[in-house]
Design a protein around this ligand. Structure first.
Ligand SMILES: [Zn+2]
Length: 694
């Protein structure tokens, strides 16, 4: 669905973006050598895979490993003026944008039949790029929609508007596999209704939050003004006051990722009883959800209060509220006045970005998000060599084997829980490069006439595409994002780990790099994704993706004791003065990073045992283990603007890149040995304080 982003909670989100992978598969030594000489040109970074000139040699690795590895880069790299930050993913994303643009232009230049993929991609991009037409249209594309909002005459029509895919309302909806039986689909209902990134933006009295709220009011007033609706300033006051009450009822990000808290299966009747002030039957009818037997209601108390707030609000106010969000949700498809106003607020003010991105880049991002599979099929042919898939297959196998071995040797799990964990690991399905089935866009209509109408058509299509699943067996083949995506993911409901073509490039994955580098980079990312199946939320799901407690009490206690210690370490990290990492919000990702690095380290040594009697060469004076950890640090080389850091601390389940480097390494004994870290060093943790989970 379009702007109604579902906060499914990390545990349930089918596609949580966040990890990367680097790898050097467990090929046999001969094949490895052959590959190295074939590609003997050079690794993409430095001579063996890491650019060691980006570090700060004056810093002791044990004092600050992130600075030791990336200090010069951190001091000198300037974030491009049109971006909120820059991490190693960013460079690959910029490359992919250019690659996808070339594909779009190629498609658009073909004289293709109406209804073909070429026509849809080509016409969407053409209408997007025609800024002149958007400017000439001004606010005109809004008129019929705003007229319809202001003509709403009864409660049922209001409910339909509040449920509409194109509008905002008290709840967000989606279709997901049923955590009680993951062969079937169910519907999801979650809290919604706010225009700022999180409840804290309404409620926090300190720091920049009051200024963000003032800017939000100015933005609301500005959009009303641009749309020719009077009284914007007072409408803005009322909207902020209303959304502040919604925010008070909203659950925190921490609670919203807690599967035990958000797993509330309910029938439609039970939802009616929970929040009777909202007419759910009408809303479900509007959305095509009337025949759904069970809904997962993520935040029941928030929906209860929201239903009351919306019922108590007067009709004239709700029309203004709907109108504002409709304009805001679609501002980028209007004239540059609207587009600039939205950018000024959401990107410049809330993320600290200085300059708007070039229009073609934003157009490519839109195609990736809504027509991504159409270009993805061609992207894979052009940019994903079959050898990369083979190498990744080997890497994933070696990582899985390393994890299995660690599970067997694990000293805190009892036998019955260990058996269950091994069973779950055996059902993991790796998906590498590209999907076996792409999105079918045949029912989507895109014309060369109107960007605004095309954008609405894409939102309608995305929703129809979701609800078409209802009543059918769960589709395990589609991915939910296109192969050019620079990311990786784990889906706990289907036990699938996914590594799209977009991320299988340096610095994550480089066939010409030293093995230590591929294990420390993509290897640790593979380990991270596998680790999500066993993180604080993933472990609540079983080998069939069902929510089921397969933990003995003793193993559960041992796990919780470890993760509590890990959470306390991250709680202490303070990226900006007074702004701390939330150990609870980032728990799953931190467990993924720590476990992933552990697994990758073990897999690297398995690889060495199999290929060179356990010995790694010394290269440039660095041991294999040193290169392994430097590769991890290179993958998380990155920085964000301060506003972006704040927003991520509120909303992002991942720790900032700096702490993704220092946080895990100080818990690994091998890192202490590799760099001679002692009790004199700042990152030093006594062995009993190091957290070893997997
Ligand atoms: Zn992750």
């Amino acid at each position: 669905m379009k702007k109604r982003e579902l906060k499914l909670g990390a545990a349930i989100a089918a596609v949580a973006i966040a990890v990367s992978v680097a790898g050097c598969a467990k090929k046999d030594a001969a094949a490895d050598k052959q590959e190295q000489s074939a590609q003997a040109q050079q690794a993409a970074y430095g001579t063996w895979g890491v650019d060691t000139t980006q570090g700060d040699p004056s810093v002791r690795p044990g004092d600050d490993f992130a600075r030791y590895a990336n200090g010069k880069w951190l001091d000198t790299f300037e974030i491009p003026s049109d971006l909120p930050g820059y991490v190693s993913f960013t460079k690959l994303r910029l490359d992919a944008e250019a690659d996808v643009k070339a594909i779009i232009e190629e498609l658009a230049s073909n004289k293709s039949a109406s209804g073909s993929l070429e026509q849809k991609v080509g016409d969407y991009f053409k209408t997007w790029m025609d800024e002149g037409a958007a400017n000439a249209a001004g606010a005109a594309p809004l008129k019929a929609h705003l007229d319809a909002i202001y003509a709403i005459a009864d409660q049922d029509a209001m409910t339909r508007a509040l449920a509409s895919v194109h509008m905002n309302g008290p709840a967000g909806f989606g279709v997901i596999p049923d955590p009680a039986d993951t062969t079937k689909y169910m519907a999801f209902v979650g809290q919604a209704g706010i225009g700022l990134p999180d409840r804290d933006y309404y409620l926090k009295a300190d720091g920049k939050f009051p200024a963000y709220r003032d800017a939000y009011k100015a933005y609301i007033a500005k959009l009303f003004d641009l749309a020719g609706i009077e009284g914007g300033a007072s409408k803005a006051d009322a909207i902020l006051a209303f959304e502040t009450k919604i925010a008070e009822a909203h659950w925190t990000q921490e609670d919203s990722r807690n599967i035990q808290k958000i797993y509330n299966p309910m029938s439609a009747e039970e939802i009616e009883a929970l929040a009777p002030e909202f007419n759910w039957a009408v809303a479900f009818d509007e959305l095509g959800l009337s025949s759904v037997p069970t809904f997962l209601v993520a935040q029941p108390s928030a929906l209860d209060t929201e239903a009351e707030l919306f019922a108590a609000a007067d009709m004239a106010f709700l029309k203004d509220w709907l109108a504002f969000h409709f304009i805001s949700n679609h501002a980028e498809y209007l004239s540059s006045d609207f587009d600039n106003a939205k950018w000024e607020f959401y990107t410049k003010t809330l993320r600290g970005v200085e300059e708007k991105r070039e229009r073609w880049k934003r157009g490519v991002n839109q195609i990736d998000a809504s027509l991504g599979d159409a270009v993805g099929q061609i992207y894979v042919q052009k940019h994903f060599p079959p050898a990369s898939k083979a190498a990744m297959d080997g890497l994933v196998k070696n990582l899985t084997a390393a994890f299995e071995e660690r599970l067997r040797q694990n000293d805190w799990m009892d036998e019955e829980t260990r058996e269950q964990a091994l069973l779950k690991l055996s059902t993991f399905e790796p998906r590498i490069g590209y999907p076996t089935k792409y999105t079918d866009y045949s029912s989507l209509e895109i014309s060369n006439a109107s960007l605004f109408d095309n954008a609405l058509a894409l939102a309608d299509f995305a929703w129809r595409d979701q609800i078409a699943n209802l009543g059918k067996p769960v589709d395990r083949e589609r991915w939910g994002y296109p192969p050019q995506t620079v990311n990786a993911s784990y889906n706990p409901l289907l036990n699938q780990i996914t590594f799209p073509a977009g991320i299988l490039q340096p610095p994550f994955f480089d066939p010409a790099a030293d093995a230590a580098v591929n294990y420390g980079a993509i290897g640790a990312v593979i380990g991270h994704e596998i680790g999500h199946g066993f993180d604080d939320q993933g472990r609540e799901f079983d080998e069939k993706g069902r929510i089921r407690n397969w933990w003995s009490e003793a193993s559960n206690e041992a796990f919780t004791a470890k993760t509590t210690k890990l959470g306390a370490q991250y709680d202490a990290y303070e990226p900006l003065p007074g702004a701390h990492v939330s150990g609870e919000l980032t728990m799953g990702e931190n467990i993924g990073d720590l476990g992933g690095l552990q697994m990758a380290y073990a897999a690297y040594h398995r690889y060495l045992d199999q290929t060179s009697g356990g010995e790694a060469p010394v290269i440039d004076g660095l041991t294999g283990d040193q290169r392994f950890f430097l590769a991890w640090a290179q993958v998380w080389q990155g920085k964000y603007r301060d506003d972006e850091v704040l927003q991520r601390l509120e909303t992002d389940p991942h720790s900032p890149p700096y702490f993704r480097i220092n946080g895990p390494v100080r818990n690994l004994d091998a890192w202490y040995e590799a760099f001679g870290v002692t009790a004199e060093d700042d990152l030093y943790l006594p062995p009993e304080d190091r957290v070893r989970i997997w």
